[in-house]
Design a protein around this ligand. Structure first.
Ligand code: DGY
Length: 323
């Protein structure tokens, strides 16, 4: 089916990849060109009268915004996670929501593994130690100097055995790790032992979070569950901040129950500087860069454009999240 080229589509950021140029042939495309994040006010203004929206995970597409846009026919997000979008409200209107699964699996697992190694071996702390001039004759190599925690041979607990969780397990196998996993609907994967979430937390030296954020997983790692974690364990979160109780995590790190954490995602992003996790030297932080390679971001943008083109052409989106 041909698309109606007069339909207006808002693209909330300049996007990489090639397919975004194809999208402009299918609609009247309005790309937000300003640097930085599009404010909620500008999003509301720019979306008025649009048939389509190509957005980022930083754009909040809530019920109010959806209700204010009766002409909206599709939403395509350049992300795999869709917790920034009220999918229920869009589904109720029959509006398809596209996302970008698959292409960021290995890149995100690489980030999780890199952060896990960095936290275990105190890489960021050590880097800072040199740069501030602390590496001196009096404070140098010694048997206990910057000792960390072995990753090789340790037990890794994977919370959420989707594609990224499984990619994390493949990396762990290369380090001779024992891999435990919990998934809401249990999955049998060779080389991975399925356990309950509580058992995983009790047995794992490293816990890596790979579930999507939704009503079932918000606050999943709460104070009780963090309290179950093995003494000296390390928590890695590259999924979404809302899955982990940040205050409880900070308390467990301060008390010494946990030895370290590596956090790429926060409940509020950009993370406010008074977040207690930022005050702790045993926390490695990153600004939501799980999928941040040039190639992966181009592939994500291409899928977002392909989903949008399909919707404009009256075809099903290849990657649609609505039930
Ligand atoms: C996603 O696509 O949801 C990721 O969080 C991006 O890194």
């Amino acid at each position: 089916m041909h698309s109606d080229k007069n339909k207006k589509v808002l693209v909330t950021h300049q996007l990489p990849g090639d397919r975004i140029h194809d999208l402009s042939a299918h609609c009247e495309m309005n790309v937000w060109m300003d640097p930085g994040l599009l404010s909620p006010e500008s999003l509301r203004e720019e979306l008025a009268g649009c048939s389509g929206l190509v957005c980022l995970l930083t754009d909040r597409i809530d019920a109010e915004l959806i209700a204010a846009n009766p002409a909206l026919e599709f939403v395509s997000s350049m992300s795999v996670g869709v917790d920034h979008i009220d999918v229920k409200a869009l589904t109720a209107r029959g509006i398809p929501v596209g996302h970008t699964p698959g292409v960021l699996v290995d890149t995100t697992a690489d980030t999780a593994f890199a952060l896990m190694l960095a936290a275990a071996r105190r890489v960021v702390e050590a880097d800072h130690f040199i740069r501030v001039g602390n590496w001196t004759q009096e404070n140098a190599w010694a048997p206990d100097f910057f000792t960390g925690k072995d990753v090789s041979g340790a037990t890794l607990g994977i919370v959420g055995l989707g594609e990224i969780g499984q990619a994390m397990a493949r990396r762990a196998a290369g380090f001779g790790m024992e891999v435990l996993a919990w998934n809401r609907s249990p999955r049998q994967v060779t080389g991975i032992t399925s356990v309950s979430l509580d058992e995983l937390l009790q047995r794992s030296d490293f816990v890596s979070v790979h579930v999507a954020l939704n009503d079932d997983t918000r606050g999943l790692l709460d104070a009780r569950r963090i309290g179950l974690m093995k003494p000296g364990a390390v928590l890695v979160n590259t999924a979404r901040g809302g899955i982990v109780d940040e205050a409880a995590l900070a308390a467990a790190l301060s008390s010494g129950q946990l030895s370290a954490a590596a956090i790429d995602v926060f409940e509020t992003e950009p993370v406010p500087l008074d977040n207690p996790l930022l005050a702790l030297p045993n926390v490695v932080v990153a600004p939501h860069i799980g999928s941040a390679t040039t190639l992966t971001r181009a592939k994500m943008a291409d899928i977002a454009a392909i989903n949008a083109i399909a919707a404009l052409s009256g075809e099903p989106m290849p990657h649609c999240v609505n039930p």
